[in-house]
Ligand binder design. Structure first.
Ligand SMILES: [Zn+2]
Length: 251
């Protein structure tokens, strides 16, 4: 009897967490390489692309989240996807959360560290630079229409997106910062159209800098990617656990 009760309690507690759908979005893909850089091995240099690093982390994250949630990827292979394609997938799978994974780049080779963005309006010049790269497949009229949509989406999702960003970033700080000697660049607002088009609580992760060969050397390792994916999964899990306690709806 006791064992039955224990089993029943267990089912109740996990079913609170099941039922959420998470969509992981590895940035770029196919013809869109994203940023590129190189890493050193001995005296040799090897080139590396943002699209491949992002996919590597995304696949590991999917494996971890699949244990507790319905989890999807916008792409599981190297293929071209527009920002609109990614948003369509979010609607199709009825995602509750949208997690976009990217690798940062800077003309300044010494730039380094991890940062987490959530969708919001702002006029921070440093952030704008990142956005130009990540928003580059939208131009002119499409951009104007999407700006209107963005305002509506921000109103509805900003609290959740910011909470999710903070929870995930906190876990990255805890599990990555000291171990991999990486700089914490913080949680930041950003106007990323892929997040607006997704129309749900969404964040964009910049795991580190591809333009810094030392940082790429860390990010390309299985160990780093596993630790980073674990941090992100734990951050999502903590956010959802807390959310369930307060109110069932994410919107
Ligand atoms: Zn990117």
């Amino acid at each position: 009897m006791m064992r039955l009760i224990v089993a029943f309690i267990f089912i109740l507690s996990v079913s609170d967490i099941f039922g959420y759908t998470i969509l992981i979005d590895p940035g770029h893909g196919g013809e869109d390489h994203g940023a590129s850089g190189y890493y050193k091995k001995g005296k040799k240099r090897y080139s590396i692309k943002e699209k491949d690093l992002a996919l590597g982390i995304a696949l590991r994250l999917k494996e971890k989240l699949s244990k507790n949630y319905s989890t999807y990827l916008t792409r599981s292979i190297d293929r071209t996807l527009t920002l609109a394609n990614r948003a369509e997938i979010a609607d199709k799978v009825k995602a509750d959360l949208f997690i976009s994974i990217h690798i940062n780049a800077s003309k300044k080779k010494s730039s380094n560290g991890f940062e987490t963005y959530y969708l919001d309006n702002h006029d921070d010049a440093a952030v704008k630079k990142v956005e130009e790269v990540e928003n580059k497949d939208l131009k002119g009229e499409a951009l104007i229409i999407d700006k209107i949509l963005t305002d509506l989406v921000i109103d509805r999702t900003v609290t959740s997106s910011k909470g999710l960003a903070k929870s995930i970033h906190g876990q990255i700080r805890k599990k990555i910062k000291r171990k991999y000697r990486m700089v914490d660049r913080g949680v930041k607002p950003g106007l990323f159209y892929v997040l607006a088009l997704a129309k749900r609580p969404a964040i964009l992760l910049e795991a580190g800098f591809i333009s810094n060969y030392r940082e790429v050397g860390k990010m390309r390792t299985k160990k780093f990617q596993e630790a980073y994916a674990t941090a992100v999964a734990d951050g999502i899990h903590l956010y959802l656990k807390d959310k369930i306690k307060k109110k069932p709806s994410l919107f």
